[in-house]
Design a binder for this molecule. Structure first.
Ligand SMILES: [Zn+2]
Ligand SMILES: [Zn+2]
Length: 459
């Protein structure tokens, strides 16, 4: 039996096994090189492409950070041409994808990209479509998507997840990554902190027996937990930008990404906190709001809010909750209106999704509440109690200088409360926010958390 916790990161990049959870897990990334000076290993990593045609991709920032260095390393042994995106705010949309496609020659055999989230998402998608393999030279430990197989891309103004491929190599030179802007390093930490609540939500769905097609695995959950601990231990030194700290955060992010691959879905790395962050991202996109804050900065803030939600609910007694009878007062009409107001032309899709899973019919809701009562202690002991407190995580974010409130993200009171209320509707993935809804407490808890940040003022 494979013990994932005993393996080094390099050993988990290519692994397949029958797991004690009853599933078969596999992941296959050729190379993950993280450390000081690993950029020099590019010729060896890409040795089978020597003399073949490469496309080197960067944007103007990442080119400035590492472009020249990479060119010096590859210029003698590889044939390549360089493409640099000139946009100030590069987004992973049809335009950026089309632009890169135009740079690919018929005889291009490899794409080498210098960048982080957006450039990796664009290249991964192109690589999957063209079957031309790629490697990523990471410029910041800012998100967990390096070792992922999906690309979130913007289609018609809506963020949609597309299938991609693994890079054949992830090259994370700490000498380069530690020079990244501080909010990018903090974003990496934020994305990792989100795994706390993501794992709690996943476990909750297991306990309630509603994992749907995202089966739970203890081994994977423990591995993610281990990655989170490594990052959290290193985090207080983030400001020093020491090699060890950058190394630990990058390893945690890659490990989390690998766990998505092992599980075959993103549950190990994404729960209510990601849904809230995604909802805010979606609204920003609609309103054409560009801010410097990255996915991970939003996830960090949302994680705190979700920890508050766990704290509020599980500090209560389930019998007290039941005796108030609020779970019986769900108003389907009100719910429909809210979805329409918040999701606009996406609402039809959402209604269909929720109707199918019967989350809104009275009889189903009653059954769900009975199940919740039955499993309350189990959820409290195994989902809530292992979580850090909101104060701990707020302290950690502040210690690293990271933002910790939605207003710092540029989110106003109404949007924040909406995000708590409706972010969960985007898919059928059970977690704390749906649990609150099932118990008739979503409004109460969302208002409670919103008040903490914005005070009493309703408007
Ligand atoms: Zn994330
Ligand atoms: Zn398993």
């Amino acid at each position: 039996m494979v013990n994932l916790l005993e393996l080094q990161l390099e050993e988990i990049t290519e692994i397949e096994f029958n797991c004690s959870c009853g599933q078969y897990h596999e992941v296959n990334i050729g190379n993950v090189r993280i450390g000081k000076g690993v950029l020099g290993e590019i010729p060896e990593i890409l040795s089978s492409y020597k003399g073949k045609k490469l496309l080197l991709v960067a944007d103007k920032n990442t080119y400035q950070i590492a472009g020249q260095q990479v060119i010096e390393i590859i210029e003698e042994q590889f044939i390549f041409h360089t493409f640099i995106y000139e946009e100030d705010h590069l987004v992973a949309d049809a335009k950026s994808i089309g632009r890169l496609l135009m740079e690919i020659d018929n005889d291009t055999e490899f794409i080498l990209t210098i960048g982080s989230g957006t450039l990796n998402d664009i290249t991964r998608y192109i690589s999957a479509k063209t079957k031309i393999p790629y490697a990523i030279i990471a410029t910041a430990p800012s998100m967990d998507g390096y070792a992922s197989t999906v690309s979130p891309l913007i289609r018609n103004g809506v963020k949609t997840t597309f299938k991609g491929v693994y890079p054949i190599a992830i090259i994370g030179d700490t000498e380069i990554m530690k020079e990244a802007p501080m909010h990018m390093l903090q974003a990496g930490l934020g994305d990792v902190l989100g795994k706390y609540t993501g794992l709690a939500d996943w476990k909750m769905s297991k306990i309630l027996g509603i994992e749907r097609n995202e089966p739970y695995c203890d081994n994977i959950a423990n591995l993610v937990g281990d990655a989170v601990n490594k990052c959290v231990n290193a985090a207080p030194n983030l400001a020093s930008r020491s090699d060890d700290t950058i190394d630990a955060i990058m390893e945690g992010l890659i490990l989390a990404g690998l766990c998505i691959g092992l599980a075959g879905h993103s549950r190990p790395a994404s729960g209510s906190e990601h849904q809230i962050a995604h909802y805010i991202e979606m609204i920003f996109l609609q309103k054409d709001i560009h801010s410097k804050w990255l996915h991970g900065n939003k996830v960090g803030v949302a994680t705190l809010a979700v920890l508050e939600a766990y704290d509020y609910l599980f500090s209560m007694d389930i019998q007290d909750i039941l005796s108030k009878g609020k779970y019986k007062t769900f108003d389907k009409g009100e719910w429909l209106q809210r979805i329409e107001r918040c999701y606009g032309n996406m609402s039809k899709q959402i209604f269909a999704l929720k109707e199918k899973e019967l989350l809104v019919e009275a009889e189903q809701r009653q059954k769900r509440v009975e199940l919740i009562v039955q499993k309350w202690d189990d959820m409290k002991n195994n989902c809530y109690l292992p979580l850090p407190s909101p104060e701990e995580i707020r302290g950690l974010l502040r210690e690293t200088g990271a933002i910790d409130s939605p207003s710092e993200l540029g989110v106003d009171r109404a949007l924040f409360k909406d995000s708590l209320m409706v972010a969960k509707e985007i898919r059928n993935r059970y977690g704390i926010m749906q649990l609150l809804d099932d118990l008739g407490m979503l409004e109460e808890v969302s208002e409670h958390i919103t008040k903490k940040y914005y005070g009493d003022n309703e408007q």
